[in-house]
Design a protein around this ligand. Structure first.
Ligand code: FAD
Length: 392
């Protein structure tokens, strides 16, 4: 027997749950399917278990896309304050950690529970551990063939299967493959918000500093981020590196200013008569390990009064304009998101519906809209889902 629904949503993650709730609240008969046996694992593991669910400074410039204007409509239709209103209504506590990033007070489970309850209250039929075997276009809708709940007909089909990062918790290329099957363009996908790897030669210098972090400005071309850089046993991580990684192309050089708010040349010149060793002086700004390492790399550890102008130029270059060429990224296993995806030219920015295929929608991370680190990706998931939920 063929089951009939107004809408089938594939992917019960952030975007799928939100879209199902909104469509359900508009009295649509909705089936929400997921191949995983666990609900919304990415929400659960996000933000160190407390889900950085939005950012109050959300703006279109915080997103990377072949069409930077595409996200404007959805983001202005559903803002961070719409989401916090929802949390307030259901008494879920949250706080700003830093830079506009909002986190749950207790746990990410609060958000999963809220969205799941809203789906239940609005009669969404959610089924987990379902493999979608085939999707075909039929007159007035879609035929979806599954492994264990048979064949379903739906007037509209929403793809909310997310990106490729963290395959071990159910990420798959389903959405991209389906888009290609329907002859839609997919912008090249790449790991983003991902640690950068260094080659063994570079690790000789950095390896002993593993675990050290410092406030920094990272730069590729004209893009800059000012946050912490963390040195790891495989390369570079921390928020400043994750942010800039989304702009990294294989072979790009990365510039790091290790003391972005100060001028080391001026600071040394102001203390030019001091008998303090450079390595001790640098501990005013860096950890002991990093300070010693700077002196070791430059092979300069003199008293400040003994430094030559040439020494100061070298110190200035290393601290303010340290250039490193990563050997690559740590890939989808460590990436928070996938850059690229379904080409926004294929979609309406108001509803996320395909221009060429009536009734087919793509929402969330599967679309070529990638946010910065800091709650922007969930905000895109909510906003694109609401745009679609209101259009089904
Ligand atoms: C470790 C980590 C931490 C993160 N922290 C944050 C954060 O704090 N703030 C932030 O804004 N973003 C964060 N992100 C990014 C954020 O999780 C995603 O951008 C967001 O979840 C995307 O929502 P989505 O609904 O599009 O995809 P997802 O939430 O990934 O949901 C996709 C769903 O589709 C299902 N699915 C996949 N393939 C199939 C298939 N073939 N058949 C059926 N179902 C399928 C999956 O099981 C999953 O349930 C983090 C990501 C990671 C990996």
């Amino acid at each position: 027997m063929i089951q009939k629904y107004d809408s089938v949503i594939i992917g019960a993650g952030a975007a799928g749950l939100m879209c199902a709730y909104i469509a359900g609240s508009r009295h649509k008969k909705v089936l929400l399917l997921d191949h995983s046996n666990k609900l919304a694992e990415k929400i659960r593991i996000s933000g160190g278990g407390r889900c950085n669910f939005t950012n109050i400074y959300t703006e279109p410039k915080c997103y990377i896309s072949a069409n930077p204007h595409f996200c404007i409509s959805a983001l202005s239709g559903y803002t961070p304050y719409h989401f916090t209103d929802l949390l307030d209504k259901y008494k879920i506590g949250y706080h700003e950690k830093t830079l506009g990033q909002l986190f749950c007070n207790d746990s990410s489970g609060d958000i999963i529970g809220l969205l799941d309850n809203l789906c239940k209250a609005n009669n969404v039929n959610r089924k987990m551990s379902i493999q979608v075997l085939n999707v075909t276009k039929i007159p007035n809708g879609f035929e979806i063939t599954t492994d264990n709940i048979g064949v379903i007909h739906a007037e509209t089909l929403v793809i909310a299967t997310g990106g490729l990062s963290i395959p071990q918790i159910g990420a798959s290329g389903f959405g991209y493959n389906l888009a290609r099957e329907f002859s839609l363009n997919v912008i090249k996908t790449e790991p983003a918000l991902v640690p950068l790897a260094l080659d063994p030669e570079q690790l000789q210098y950095f390896g002993p500093l593993s675990g050290s972090s410092f406030f920094s400005q990272t730069k590729i071309d004209k893009i800059t981020f000012m946050e912490n850089t963390l040195i790891t046993h495989r390369g570079l991580s921390g928020p400043a590196i994750l942010q800039i990684s989304s702009y990294y192309n294989s072979g790009s050089g990365l510039q790091i200013d290790m003391l972005p708010k100060q001028d080391i040349k001026q600071l040394i010149n102001e203390n030019r008569k001091s008998t303090k060793l450079l390595s001790n002086f640098l501990t005013l700004f860096f950890s002991q390990r990093i300070a010693s390492s700077i002196c070791q790399i430059l092979q300069v550890d003199k008293q400040l009064c003994q430094l030559s102008n040439k020494d100061i130029e070298l110190i200035n270059k290393l601290i303010h304009n340290f250039t490193v060429t990563p050997s690559g990224t740590l890939g989808y296993k460590k990436a928070e998101v996938t850059k690229g995806g379904v080409d926004t030219k294929e979609l309406s920015s108001k509803s996320m519906e395909c221009r060429k295929i009536d009734g087919l929608f793509f929402i969330g991370e599967v679309v070529d809209v990638t946010g910065w680190l800091g709650g922007y990706n969930f905000q895109w998931a909510w906003a694109s889902a609401v745009a679609t939920g209101n259009s089904l």
